[in-house]
Design a protein around this ligand. Structure first.
Ligand SMILES: [Zn+2]
Length: 540
């Protein structure tokens, strides 16, 4: 491995830009080790781990010689969030369910207590109302004050065992659309005035196993203080096993109801059992921080246009209720991406000249809580979004060696594809589309908030074709990570990490940002993109 690395690195890295030589696997590893150390306590927002992280990032940006990223000369942007730790008891048909085997639930409201006395339960299929697809799972049924039970993801399910009866273009075909995300389902429940909203967990369509649900939601959750959207009193997940029992008790099966929900003429099905919840809530207000550094563009005219590079610094912190290891170190999610942001910042700072446009290095908070830091940045942008020409987001990185290719999540949306293709070509690498659009990666990190804000974005993932490795190596490594370490206390820096591929990817990103910083015409959304309207509104 070492020999292969030594032989291959020089030729592969030859095409990189001035400054990019400073991007080194060893430096990446060093940053990742600090950020993922137990001392940083899993980088939970509003914890001592946040203070250490913010101090570390600020110190590094300063050392590179970059300027504070806020217009007022500050390194941080306050992100006011409210943390709520809910203890929810859930009685279903008179039976007290067991946490966390049967359910995970919380109260999106901020009061000290929330009670949902016995309510009707109703199964609403995918819980989607999508006029552009002529689809409405709710039909004319009023779910106000009821507890709705919802399938995860969107139809058709990417499961050969449950062939979809829909045409291939519905809901993005195999790709998960926003309608498949848990965020949408809870938002829709709130809009419809449901008292409770429960998503049935199923590993494949959710794209993660049950313990990820427990680790992510079975504890303090944060929301933006400014969020005034309507919410149900109780939101949560129910395990597949418990849902199967529930459907059996209603004389049907989970499979039968899932099949029924694939039909356009599906109607919500009332369930015989009642649901009751009581929540005890402990809330606290936190001013979490986005950390920002800037490199001013060299062109006096284009200097007020921005390329924003993002990587979330936060992870799940520590859970004092766990026996043994309590720290969610989040090495791959996202100490490594944050390390990448630092390496890019250093490379740009060391280059003999800056690009024409300015570059903002933005490490956002509370991504794990629903992209909150990025959402706040976009809602209160220190630099106008209309002048923000592109976002490049990093969440995770390739830990398994060099690849001859790279994956682009959400390919086809904007003219940034051409910039990426040109940069990849210079590295003599291939660009592949998302291997698993059904996992909804397109909606699962901070670039999504920028895109909603009209800003064209790039989100790239590790390639597939590993140098010196058999076919399928990358896929097996990703699956192994999701199985073993994703959102678990075991997401540590591993002794066998090989960051040569990550460094090579970062040199590609460096080149991409350079090109965007220089190019005459700003990147554009392609016609038909769902985000084009937001941009057109800004540029008018
Ligand atoms: Zn994560």
């Amino acid at each position: 491995m070492l020999l292969g690395g030594l032989l291959l690195l020089p030729s592969a890295f030859a095409a990189s830009r001035p400054g990019a030589d400073s991007i080194q696997p060893a430096d990446l590893l060093a940053h990742a080790k600090v950020l993922a150390s137990d001392e940083f306590e899993g980088r939970g927002p509003g914890t001592p781990g946040e203070e250490k992280t913010v101090r570390y990032l600020t110190g590094q940006f300063q050392k590179f010689g970059l300027k504070p990223g806020m217009p007022d000369g500050s390194w941080t942007q306050d992100v006011p969030i409210v943390g709520v730790k809910s203890e929810v008891s859930f009685t279903l048909g008179g039976e007290a369910l067991a946490f966390p085997q049967d359910y995970v639930a919380w109260s999106p409201e901020l009061g000290a207590e929330a009670t949902v006395p016995e309510t009707d339960m109703i199964f609403v299929g995918y819980g989607i109302s999508a006029p552009e697809y002529g689809w409405n799972d709710f039909k004319d049924v009023d779910v106000r004050g009821k507890t709705i039970v919802i399938l995860v993801n969107d139809p058709p399910i990417p499961d050969p065992a449950a062939p979809a009866k829909l045409d291939a273009k519905m809901f993005g075909g195999n790709a998960m659309t926003y309608y498949g995300r848990w965020t949408y389902k809870f938002e829709e429940a709130g809009r419809r005035g449901a008292a409770g909203a429960l998503i049935i967990h199923e590993t494949k369509p959710a794209a993660y196993p049950w313990f990820v649900v427990v680790n992510s939601w079975g504890r303090e959750r944060f929301n933006l203080e400014s969020d005034r959207s309507p919410k149900s009193k109780i939101a949560g997940w129910i395990s597949l096993e418990r849902a199967q029992k529930l459907f059996a008790a209603n004389g049907t099966s989970y499979e039968a109801m899932k099949a029924a929900a694939l039909r356009r003429d599906f109607r919500p099905m009332p369930l015989k059992q009642k649901a009751a919840f009581t929540a005890k809530n402990l809330s606290r207000s936190v001013k979490s921080k986005n950390v920002l550094a800037k490199l001013e563009g060299r062109d006096p005219k284009l200097r007020d246009e921005w390329v924003v590079i993002t990587a979330h610094w936060d992870h799940l912190g520590r859970n004092p209720e766990l026996a043994g290891d309590q720290i969610f170190n989040g090495a791959a999610d996202n100490a490594i991406g944050t390390a990448g942001l630092l390496e890019l910042a250093e490379a740009f700072a060391k280059a003999p000249k800056a690009p024409k446009r300015s570059v903002l290095f933005l490490s956002v908070t509370a991504e794990e809580q629903g992209l909150l830091g990025a959402a706040h940045y976009v809602a209160q942008p220190p630099y106008p979004l209309a002048k923000t020409v592109a976002n490049l987001n990093m969440d995770g990185a390739n830990q398994w060696g060099r690849t001859r290719d790279i994956r682009q999540i959400g390919r086809g949306a904007s003219t940034l594809d051409a910039v990426l293709d040109a940069a990849a070509k210079a590295q003599r690498r291939l660009v592949l589309p998302d291997a698993h659009p059904e996992r909804g990666g397109f909606y699962r990190s901070d670039h999504f908030e920028f895109m909603k804000g009209g800003v064209p974005a790039l989100y790239l993932k590790a390639g597939d074709d590993y140098v010196g490795k058999p076919a399928g190596y990358g896929e097996s490594k990703v699956n192994e990570y999701i199985e073993r370490d994703y959102h678990k206390v075991s997401d540590d820096v591993k002794p066998d990490w090989d960051l040569a591929g990550a460094a090579e990817d970062l040199r590609l990103f460096h080149d991409i940002v350079w090109r965007i910083g220089e190019v005459k015409k700003q990147p554009q959304w392609n016609p038909g993109s769902e985000f084009k309207a937001a941009r057109d509104g800004q540029l008018r």
